[in-house]
Design a protein around this ligand. Structure first.
Ligand code: ADP
Ligand code: MG
Length: 358
């Protein structure tokens, strides 16, 4: 992306605490109207990055630009940002209206401006009929919308969200994921959404930036991050996969598993030297299961258990080496029976192969 095409440019930004790098040389361009998720495990540097974008903290090195303007030294209130944080709770003894108006009162906005903004944000978030209620008189989803409203009420040009749904139960969280994405598309401003939860990143964002140990580990469209993880870390962290160790054949086109009698073709475009040790990651829903009688190639497994997960079946498989592999399949009324022997395999396009890490 060119300098002019990027709305927000994070240029080689580092944040050190003494000798420790919380963030190490991160560069990232974010487009206007883009929903980007910053995904990484706890302690990877996500909040540090968000605080730098917000202006709540300064980078040790690197620059941050908004629309071509260097904002690295600009205080938060001059950056035109809105923020929604997990710990950013509503005031229980104030109405929705008062909660929403709070950020504007802090800025000493005139009454007419406050009225106009309140009307706007309540309209966008369908809160108009709830303005005189107290937080305890709202459902969890409505409370969440008010929290979002407080981030949006000053009409920011950018919204920063730090794990805002972390305390919600799964059902409400999934509802909110759809809503938040809809608001972002409707408003047409970038949302930068920090989360350790891959489901949230995948359901909402256009692109995902994966952060690991303070470094940008991967950046790409969500589908591509999921289907074609560029590193073993991303393959482990996004989606649920099983890992196998293998050796590349003499002609460099196939892999033989080390611990099982199964050989398969490398995905198109792979370039590994003969004899190299590789790690193969296969997403649990990408496995093929065939009955052993069909005589095709695969890892011989015994079905140890079948777990019903709503519309899916989770087959818990045990290989003859005693390893456990999970294969996920759409639910059917006649699941393969426990105790049955099956052949586990995959298509070259459905696996991700990396040079072995150790
Ligand atoms: P995340 O949000 O991904 O969970 P953070 O960005 O909050 O992670 O923190 C990244 C790392 O930086 C952590 O190891 C954390 O302990 C460290 N860290 C954050 N703030 C400070 C600070 N003020 N002083 C020292 N270390 C810090
Ligand atoms: Mg954090």
């Amino acid at each position: 992306m060119s300098q002019s095409g990027s709305y927000i440019r994070i240029d080689n930004v580092s944040r050190r605490y003494g000798a420790f790098s919380a963030l190490d040389g991160v560069s990232l361009d974010i487009a206007k109207e883009e929903f980007i998720a910053i995904l990484g495990p706890s302690g990877s540097g996500k909040s540090t990055l968000l605080r730098l974008i917000a202006g709540l903290d300064r980078p040790t090195e690197g620059r941050i630009h908004f629309e071509g303007q260097d904002v690295t030294s600009l205080p938060p209130h001059k950056r035109g940002i809105g923020m929604v944080f997990q710990e950013f709770l509503l005031f229980p003894h104030r109405t929705v209206r008062e909660n929403l108006a709070f950020p504007l009162r802090m800025r000493r906005e005139p009454k007419e401006v406050i009225e106009e903004r309140l009307e706007w944000v309540a309209g966008v978030l369908s809160l108009t009929k709830l303005l005189d209620r107290y937080p305890s008189q709202l459902s969890g989803g409505q409370q969440q919308r008010v929290a979002l409203g407080r981030g949006l009420v000053a009409r920011p040009t950018l919204l920063l969200l730090d794990e805002p749904l972390a305390n919600l139960d799964r059902e409400l969280r999934q509802e909110m994921e759809i809503e938040i994405r809809r608001y972002q598309k409707q408003l047409g401003i970038p949302f930068i959404y920090v989360t350790h939860n891959q489901e949230e990143a995948l359901s909402m964002s256009d692109r995902i930036a994966v952060i690991h140990n303070g470094r940008l580990e991967a950046l790409g469209e969500r589908q591509s991050i999921y289907d074609h993880p560029p590193t073993p870390f991303v393959a482990r962290f996004v989606g649920k996969s099983s890992k196998f160790r293998g050796i590349v054949s003499a002609d460099g086109t196939t892999v033989s598993l080390q611990s099982h009698d199964f050989q398969f073709a490398l995905p198109a475009g792979s370039a590994f030297k003969a004899g190299v040790s590789v790690d193969i990651f296969v997403k649990n829903e990408r496995f093929d299961l065939a009955s052993k009688a069909e005589g095709s190639a695969g890892i011989i497994c015994t079905i140890a258990d079948v777990v019903l997960r709503g519309p899916f079946l989770e087959y818990v498989l045990e290989t003859d080496r005693g390893d456990t592999v999970i294969a996920v399949k759409p639910k059917r009324n006649d699941p393969l029976p426990v105790g049955e022997k099956v052949l586990l395999s995959w298509s070259p396009a459905d696996c991700n192969v990396f040079k072995a890490e150790d």
